[in-house]
Ligand binder design. Sequence first.
Ligand code: PLP
Length: 379
Amino acid sequence: MHLISCATSSYPALPIRASPATNGVLSASRVSLPVTVDNTHSAIANPFVPEFFSGTHAITCALFALLRPGDELLAVAGAPYDTLEEVIGKRDSGGLGSLQDFGVKYREVPLAEDGGLDWNELKVSVKPGTKCALIQRSCGYSWRKSLSVNDIGRAIKLIKMQNPGCLVMVDNCYGEFVESIEPPMVGADLIAGSLIKNPGGTIAPCGGYVAGRRKWVEAAAARLSAPGLGVDCGSTPGDIMRAFFQGLFLSPQMVGEAIKGSFLIAEVLASKGYKVQPLPRIPRCDTVQAVQLQSRERLLAFCEAVQRSSPVSSYTKPVAGTTPGYASEVIFADGTFIDGSTSELSCDGPLREPFAVFCQGGTHWTQWGLVLGEVLKSL
Ligand SMILES: Cc1ncc(COP(=O)(O)O)c(C=O)c1O
């Protein structure tokens, strides 16, 4: 299992108290979970902690760690995920402390027409004042291509060629373990994501992570708690660390199942005439499969059918509504054992054109086979 090397004494983990007597198994109740995807890459230190609420929270701590008043943040893969709009200040957060409230400037490089990175634009868009480039690996709620780690590496080279001092932060949500390399291995300074998505392996009950260069990981940890405290303090209730370790162990397997599910969704819905992203049978860069349903009614019907076929709360009907962080109404079907988990089989979508549903997760691809039967009956 070369992807996961946990808590070895030779590894420069961040705040870890692993005892040699327990062969690296954590001996204190308050620990972070250090994981490396490449122990030749310098200074990767990863706190996986329950105190991160979500991916948005971990990404926010990372951005606030990297940026200071007067700096510029450049989003290089078009508009970032919906919940980051208020974090950045693209959408008014009512003076609650967005990056813009703290004097951080913001620009975006729009995507190219094919939905991928605009390489020509990217070659000339990094300025001397650009302190941080944000790369969103997965599509989010946009009709766009998700990025391969190689493409992320190519973008990082272009960014650093223009301004070697520009830090690169990757929103890694839904990308973890889809490929055999991760963005820090191609030069990303910091990545962040959620543990109720891919790296929690469907069993982590909460939490998020940041990973990357030690200095920036420590800075993000200081944003989460307080400078000087990092993630050394705080409570870690019950057997959460067991779930984090086991979830991480299971994650590559669960991600594989989710990807097989995404192939099935793409194949079936494309054969019924729906536009799908990514297309059937092309290599995946994340665990998300988007399907354009073109009407509010069909989007609601799709999500209702998924909820009806789920193992938890199958008797409930999801309704579209206002959700903190989102400008659009959003509908979520997540009949999941972990509330809000999207590494378990789930789908959701914003109620806006082109009324696309975003499907993800699943502990076994055949679950999507059953669910799609119900979906097709209701479309
Ligand atoms: C690409 C991307 N980034 C960030 C987020 C936000 O993650 P969370 O819902 O855990 O806050 C999402 C959520 O779906 C996403 O798709």
